[in-house]
Design a protein around this ligand. Structure first.
Ligand SMILES: [Zn+2]
Length: 354
């Protein structure tokens, strides 16, 4: 394995950036030297990660064409030569291929003879589609390994002849002070009562009614619905009153720190959703070591600790009980680092044979 691991995430903000920070932080805590090449105006600073602000975006100009031209010109004249110069042959580079100039970046890395691991993120849906972007396909097939977050994506890309590895989708979760977790716990449930939590925006498509009906069946438990009301709060309150379910509600927006503390305070995090691809909430719970119970909807099946065998309240209640039996673990950073390092080692082997 090479000395340094480079991560490339050009945007410096949003979900893909938070994913990059989570991976960088896990690797750095596992003793790796990590450099994150990102936008100059990146949004979250984390000690221990070496940030290199080598991507510059023309965010200022009001004209889209001007912005794109400036960005592309800077990338070609400054960023690509910097990457080709700074990254040594054989060093591992994990590229978040979620922006338009990914093929150019991969070409520069190829030129630098580095080991290229690429995650196409939200653009991979297009790869398997008819008329898929040739440029992106070239970038993926030029990588030594492509990382995806679900079995269905792995299958789709394997059909295209791309070497694929499956890794857990992780997201940056800030360090949570114990007193904040304790505050949430004390506010929502008595110590001896297990707490099942439905966190995040309160919306109809998240199926909060099913959660309420499942809680009615769980004697000795306390439920909590905590998050910003996006239209479903009144109906949740009405159903709680009707059924007599033991559920606390707090409606309002939570910042990242409070959200993480809230999740950590729960014994089981519940995702009763009707439809879902991937759940950011389950990803946060996973990182914090809190077991999860979910309905058999889409990608939740792969993400949750325990999946209910139907959309019936009794099935969800059973899943919550079984998940509670799994117990709470530690933050899963060590496991995350190990999984990514295994994939990087596989990529190194492939690139050595090249
Ligand atoms: Zn850089």
């Amino acid at each position: 394995m090479s000395e340094r691991i480079h991560l490339i995430e050009a945007g410096g903000r949003g979900g893909v950036f938070q994913h990059s920070i989570a991976v960088a932080s896990a690797l750095s805590n596992a003793g790796c030297k990590v450099i994150l090449h990102t936008a100059r105006d990146f949004e979250i600073y984390v000690p221990g990660i070496n940030f290199c602000g080598c991507f510059r975006w023309g965010r200022v100009s009001g004209n889209r064409v001007v912005r794109q031209a400036l960005t592309a010109a800077r990338l070609v004249s400054k960023t690509l030569p910097h990457l080709a110069r700074d990254i040594k042959p054989g060093e591992i580079v994990y590229v978040q291929g979620s922006f338009g100039l990914t093929p150019e970046v991969v070409r520069a890395l190829r030129f630098a003879r580095s080991t290229i691991v690429c995650s196409p993120h939200n653009t991979f849906a297009r790869v398997g589609a008819p008329g898929a972007s040739r440029a992106l396909r070239t970038a993926l097939t030029a990588s030594d390994r492509v990382l995806v977050f679900s079995a269905s994506d792995r299958e789709r890309l394997e059909h295209c002849g791309v070497p694929v590895g499956l890794v857990p989708l992780v997201q940056w979760v800030p360090p949570v002070p114990d007193h904040l977790t304790e505050k949430w716990r004390a506010e929502l449930a008595a110590k001896e009562r297990p707490l099942a939590l439905l966190p995040g925006q309160v919306r109809f498509d998240k199926n909060p009614d099913l959660f309420v009906r499942a809680m009615v069946l769980l004697h000795g438990w306390t439920g909590a619905v905590v998050g910003e009301d996006k239209g479903a709060a009144e109906s949740v309150d009405r159903l709680i009153a009707e059924t007599g379910a033991r559920i606390e509600t707090r409606y309002g927006y939570l910042d990242m720190e409070n959200f993480a503390a809230l999740v950590r305070a729960a014994d089981v995090v519940v995702a009763p959703y009707e439809v879902a691809s991937q759940s950011g909430v389950l990803s946060v719970a996973h990182i914090l070591g809190v077991p999860t119970a979910a309905t058999p909807a889409g990608g939740l099946v792969e993400q949750a600790t325990v999946v209910a065998n139907s959309f019936e309240p009794s099935a969800l209640a059973e899943a919550i009980k079984v998940a509670h039996g799994r117990g709470k673990g530690e933050r899963l950073e060590t496991e995350v680092a190990a999984r990514y390092l295994t994939e990087f080692a596989a990529a190194t082997e492939i690139s050595a044979r090249r």
